[in-house]
Structures are given as structure tokens and as C-alpha cells.
Design a protein around this ligand. Structure first.
Ligand code: GDP
Ligand code: MG
Length: 198
């Protein structure tokens, strides 16, 4: 194994899961972020995972993206997918009301396996390049996001608007959460030590 590879395997890995109805652009967003290209005809039933090294707020790390594709209809597969995630991009299409209407179901499914209600998550309204065919207003999406306590971002996998931003924002959340929980654990350990001393 080369030294470079060794170092890569030691980098922090942030695990992101793409969720949302079929056709909203989960694969297109993922491929645009990974390879800087708009893929129009990605196999709709294909779930895949991607890994990339990048710099986040000055520190090198890796992103691991799981692009789901309907296999989540099987509860066992879905729960395993969701359990493995450290952060979620909940994607709907602003030109398809139905894809927005089912967002709360996705959130519930995530919270069922991620007991921590503060799990890093962003509500994403994709296909903003088609705003003239908009079926979901920015306001109602923002209201939903606010009721969840998360941010709302509008993206276009076609024009790359906010694509980089949404992944980096989620990774920043994940990274903060990890450091926060490490500190909590440290505190917990210190308390424990004190108890033993007493
Ligand atoms: P998925 O099922 O959620 O993975 O959706 P896909 O990424 O396969 O995209 C479904 C369809 O929507 C494809 O024809 C894409 O080309 C198209 N699409 C995805 N994102 C965008 C976008 O931001 N703008 C436009 N105009 N089309 C998009
Ligand atoms: Mg797909």
C-alpha cells in the first residue's frame, strides 16, 4: 500500500445519504458534485456509493455518498442504509408537488433509526432551473424545514447552482456533531473518573 493510500484511509469519513422520491435528481446531484457533470439519464433503479477526498474548512477529509434508488421500499434495506448515515440530504423536486408531500415520511423513517433528532439534515428543493414550472413555493419549503429545525436550500443539478454548497454545509454539520459528541464523551469519562476517585 502506498503512503498516500495509507493516509487517505486515516482521514475522517463523513457519510451522507441521499433520500427522496424517484426522479427528483438524487443521482444527478451526486454525479454533479462528484464529477462536475450533468448526467441526464442515470439508471433510475441503481443505488451506488461514492467516495471523494476534499478539504473542509481547511482540513482534509473524505465524503462518502450513498445514492439510494427505491430499494429503501424494503424496510430492512432502508433501515440499514439509514443507520449507516451520519447526515441526510432530503431531496424533492420543486416542479413535482408529490415529491414534496412525501418528505415528512422520509424524515420519519430516518428518525426511526436515528434516535438523535438533531441528526444533520438539509431539505433540498432541486431543479430550480425549471422555476417557471414551480409547484412548490420557497416559503412552504422553508416552513417545513423550519418545523424540522433544519435548513432549506434550492439547487440545480443541471446548472450546478448550490450543489457544492449543500454538500459542504451538510459535511460541516456532520463534522461539528462528531466533535461535539467527542467532547461530551470526554466530559462523561472525566465525570466517571471523578466518581471512582471519590
Ligand atoms: P433520481 O431518481 O432522484 O436519482 O433522479 P435522477 O438524478 O435520475 O434525475 C431524474 C431526471 O431529472 C433526469 O432526467 C435528470 O436529467 C433530471 N434532473 C435531475 N436534476 C435536474 C435539475 O436540477 N434540473 C433539471 N432540469 N433536470 C434535472
Ligand atoms: Mg437515482
Amino acid at each position: 500500500m502506498s503512503r498516500g493510500k495509507e493516509r487517505a484511509s486515516e482521514l475522517a469519513v463523513h457519510k451522507v445519504i441521499m433520500v427522496g422520491s424517484g426522479g427528483v435528481g438524487k443521482s444527478a446531484l451526486t454525479l454533479q458534485f462528484m464529477y462536475d457533470e450533468f448526467v441526464e439519464d442515470y439508471e433510475p433503479t441503481k443505488a451506488d456509493s461514492y467516495r471523494k477526498k476534499l478539504t473542509l474548512n481547511g482540513a482534509e477529509c473524505q465524503i462518502d455518498i450513498l445514492d439510494t434508488a427505491g430499494q429503501e421500499d424494503y424496510a430492512v434495506i432502508r433501515d440499514n442504509y439509514f443507520r449507516s448515515g451520519e447526515g441526510f440530504l432530503c431531496v424533492f423536486s420543486i416542479v413535482e408537488r408529490e415529491s414534496f408531500a412525501v418528505m415528512s415520511d422520509f424524515r420519519e423513517q430516518i428518525l426511526r433509526v436515528k434516535v438523535d433528532v438533531q441528526i444533520p439534515m438539509i431539505l433540498v428543493g432541486n431543479k430550480v432551473d425549471l422555476a417557471d414550472r414551480r409547484e412548490v413555493s420557497q416559503q412552504e419549503a422553508e416552513d417545513l424545514a423550519q418545523s424540522w429545525g433544519v435548513n432549506y436550500v434550492e439547487t440545480s443539478a443541471k446548472t450546478r447552482v448550490n450543489v457544492e454548497k449543500v454538500y459542504l454545509a451538510l459535511m460541516t454539520d456532520i463534522s461539528k456533531r462528531k466533535h461535539g459528541s467527542e467532547q461530551q464523551q470526554d466530559k462523561h469519562k472525566k465525570k466517571k473518573r471523578k466518581c471512582i476517585l471519590l
